[in-house]
Write a protein of this length. Structure first.
Length: 826
């Protein structure tokens, strides 16, 4: 792992200049004063004649922008005074926890071998930092960029900051401190252009490169096997490696510092890398000094408590593998990394490719040099990769396949839109419309566009504008004209809502495409496919669907809102198709009963969250608590009042979160309210860390044909016995027996993710905001579900103020299309 901290002047400079004094260990493994000397690194340090052990006064001078002896100022001056400047940057590389645990248990001889391997990996990574980030600027306003030689000092620490009253855990990490001073190619000096360090994904890529090199050397030189664990409950692997054979229980026991950080995050309701950095600072204890032998003995004692002694640890270090004994070639690595990147984006940068390739290289025996070869091979492959330019003129890349898919989808949509093989007579359309006295002008125009327009029609509607009602009217017209309608949406929930609201028989898009591919279903010239929530569909699925519609001579009606939840897969084809062929717009909101609520939705959609929050705050519908716990307590209290005082069914209240861990937490809290109110039975079943009781609201999280259930279906637990649940589903009324040993994909359904809520209409919404998922799109969806009131909750630790929350809720993360960028030079 890699974190990067900016170093200010004054006390911070003095602290980092003497970082070797801050480990707090004395004894044989260190010198008699408890110090392990730092080591100079960087070609700039060599230019200045610096090598070997770091001298604190010399390094302090360099951090201050002076010559090593402190007599000459080497950075730009103004009016004889040194400019206010950053002293440098602390690049902290940490090894995976299992490495530290192994390091704490092995013999001194083996520990020295691990030290040697880790430092080799680190120095190779620092060479890469020089190549990637060794830059400076000169000239007026720094317009001239030049390569430069870095000056740095590396300090190795072996412990985490301790918990008060306890010995610190073993936590091997390296502080690689770069001075904000470089040596130019002509021998002059300047400041480091630190923007290269903070380029998007650069830090993550460099951290992954260190891990790739480390795992390759552990394998080749020490015969240590490594693996990448899987994320809990998912097939996806984590981005780091662990040493195979190190007990997870011991890793947990030796992670007291990490546990303290996670407790802080939970208490403050935060998540993500930036929040973890805040938690790190917020839980720091002052380091104390301990003899090395005291620490070593304590760590060995802890290992024995978990049945793992020095002999077991030493046995993990085996016979070195052959240098050529890799499990993957650079060509395979390049192909796999590119495919994984392009599954979720339309374009990528070199940093993103380097990050992905380094992550996938771990445990294969491939190191930094191999990853760089794979990256260069990929970017040089003009048969496969196309260079683009972003809006700032910087290079970015896509694949010819992605361009082909995007252009093909747009071409198919445009071609279909120019055909009118499924048009109904205007008189027939008018007769059906006249039967609906309350139909609005924009809705009637949308019905006409669907029924009289070309074979590809786009309907764009703001949330709550009555899109499903329009589709129901259009269904009457088209069925009267002899056409068969098939409804589909990306999510099973949305497909059910489409069917319920419009009368169009519907299924989710994955199943429709699967059935078409397996010949279980066929489209024909009399088919009209209605794709609802089209803004959530990525390029690949859209291209597949449009091609099948073209081949069958069918028609497609795309309905959605490009500003709601963005596609998880790459691209934004609905937005682009709508721009190309035109769209019928539904602009009047009817879901919300009151005018202020409709204006709130319009403001959220337009990125005017400040105005939306101000209006809701006037009505007491915004809570910014001091702590996460208080925000959640208020949400739970409000939910309890709505359910038990106002008698609104729990099924008509949407409790929405951006993060799955928050969904689980609120599900438990709301379930506890139901239990305290006597609404749940005594018998309970435990599944995936959750309890299920008679009377609980539940949802299915995976399709199962044998059971006849679909992802997103909701119901009530009507029976519990042993490992079996009986669930009565609210929409079908069917009751199904679920043996959780065979089918464990059930969760509580008091709270849900915002993603699952798109397309729903409820009476009230309670939205927990301020996490890393909060942006314009999630806020717009969450804020537009309720007919009556929307309540928003956050806390000072996450957003600082209403203004901070508004900034998060106004941030656009709209998906892009590769074809929207200029072609760069190949």
């Amino acid at each position: 792992m890699l974190s990067i901290s900016k170093i200010g002047g004054g006390d911070a400079t003095a602290y980092y200049a003497n970082l070797n004094e801050h480990e707090g260990i004395v004894g044989s493994y260190y010198d008699e004063e408890g110090k392990r000397q730092g080591v100079w690194f960087g070609t700039g340090a060599a230019e200045l004649g610096l090598g070997g052990a770091v001298d604190g006064e010399t390094f302090k001078s360099l951090l201050e922008g002076k010559s090593p002896d402190g007599r000459t100022v080497l950075v730009q001056q103004r009016n004889g005074e040194q400019l206010k400047r950053r002293a440098g940057f602390d690049l902290t590389f940490s090894v995976p926890k299992s490495f530290s645990v192994l390091y704490s248990q092995v013999s001194d001889e083996r520990r020295a071998e691990l030290d040697h391997i880790a430092e080799r990996a680190l120095y190779r990574t620092l060479d890469l930092v020089q190549a990637e980030c060794g830059r400076t600027r000169r000239g007026k306003n720094g317009v001239i960029a030049q390569d430069a030689k870095l000056i740095g000092a590396m300090f190795k620490h072996d412990t985490a900051r301790g918990i008060p009253g306890e010995l610190p855990d073993c936590n091997v990490h390296y502080h690689c401190v770069l001075a904000n001073l470089v040596v130019r190619e002509d021998g002059t000096h300047g400041a480091l252009d630190a923007r290269t360090l903070f380029e998007r994904r650069k830090k993550i890529a460099l951290g992954a490169m260190f891990r790739a090199e480390l795992t390759a050397l552990l394998r080749s030189d020490l015969g240590i096997e490594t693996h990448r664990p899987r994320k809990p409950g998912r097939d996806e692997k984590v981005s780091w490696f662990e040493v195979t054979g190190v007990p997870e229980t011991l890793m947990t026991a030796m992670s007291k510092r990490r546990a303290a950080i996670e407790r802080w995050l939970n208490e403050h309701g935060l998540s993500g890398a930036k929040a973890s950095e805040r938690a790190n600072l917020g839980t720091r204890a002052k380091k104390s000094t301990f003899p090395w032998k005291t620490l070593s003995d304590a760590w060995l004692r802890l290992g024995r408590e978990f049945g793992w002694s020095r002999s077991e640890a030493d046995e993990l270090i085996g016979t070195p593998f052959d240098v050529g004994g890799t499990t993957k070639t650079t060509g395979q690595l390049a192909k796999q990394s590119l495919a994984m990147l392009m599954s979720s984006r339309a374009r990528f940068t070199r940093n993103e490719l380097m990050e992905r390739a380094a992550i996938e290289a771990q445990t294969t025996g491939l190191g930094i040099d191999d990853v760089l070869v794979a990256v260069d091979q990929t970017l040089a492959s003009t048969k496969e990769v196309v260079r683009l330019q972003d809006k700032e003129g910087q290079p970015t890349f896509t694949t010819r396949e992605m361009l082909r898919l995007e252009k093909g989808a747009l071409a198919r949509a445009t071609s279909l839109s120019k055909k009118s093989n499924h048009a109904v007579e205007l008189g027939d359309v008018a007769r059906v419309i006249l039967r609906y006295e309350t139909i609005r002008i924009d809705q009637a125009e949308a019905v006409r566009a669907i029924c009289v327009g070309g074979d590809c029609v786009s309907v764009t509607g703001v949330a709550g504008s009555g899109k499903t009602f329009v589709l129901g009217v259009a269904r009457e017209v088209l069925e009267g004209g002899g056409f068969e309608l098939i409804g589909t949406a990306l999510a099973a929930d949305a497909a059910k809502e489409l069917e319920k609201g419009s009368g169009i028989q519907s299924t989710h898009l994955h199943k429709l495409l699967y059935d078409l591919n397996e010949k279980n279903r066929e489209l024909s010239a009399s088919t009209v496919v209605v794709l609802d929530e089209a803004g959530m569909v990525g390029t690949r699925q859209m291209a597949d669907l449009l091609e099948r519609i073209h081949q069958a001579g069918a028609k497609v009606v795309m309905v959605g809102d490009p500003l709601q939840i963005q596609p998880v897969d790459s691209g934004a084809p609905f937005r682009k198709v709508s721009e190309e062929i035109g769209t019928a717009e539904l602009v009047e909101i009817i879901r919300q009963r009151e005018g202020y609520a409709r204006q709130v939705v319009r403001d959220l959609r337009a990125g005017r969250a400040q105005e939306a929050l101000a209006e809701l705050a006037k009505r007491g519908q915004v809570t910014i608590a001091e702590e996460s716990e208080l925000a959640r307590d208020q949400l739970v209290k409000d939910w309890e009042d709505i359910v038990f005082k106002k008698k609104v069914p729990a099924s008509d209240i949407a409790v929405l979160c951006g993060m799955n861990e928050d969904v689980r937490d609120l599900n438990r809290r709301l379930q506890a309210v139901m239990r305290e109110r006597g609404e749940l039975g005594d018998y309970r079943l435990e599944l995936d860390g959750l309890e299920f009781c008679l009377g609980d609201r539940v949802a299915i999280t995976r399709n199962d044909r044998m059971l006849g259930v679909r992802n997103g279906e909701r119901g009530e637990v009507v029976g519990v016995r042993g490992k079996t649940l009986w669930v009565k589903f609210e929409k079908s009324g069917f009751e199904i027996e679920i043996d959780t040993d065979d089918f464990a994909h059930v969760t509580l359904d008091y709270a849900k993710s915002i993603h699952r809520s798109q397309g729903e209409t409820v009476e009230h919404t309670l939205f927990l905001a301020g996490d890393v998922m909060t942006d314009l799109h999630t806020s717009y969806v969450a804020g537009s579900r309720a007919r009556d009131k929307t309540f928003i909750y956050s806390h000072v630790s996450a957003v600082e103020s209403v203004e901070g929350l508004a900034a998060m809720m106004s941030q656009s993360r709209q998906n892009e299309m590769a074809t929207e960028y200029e072609l760069g030079r190949v």
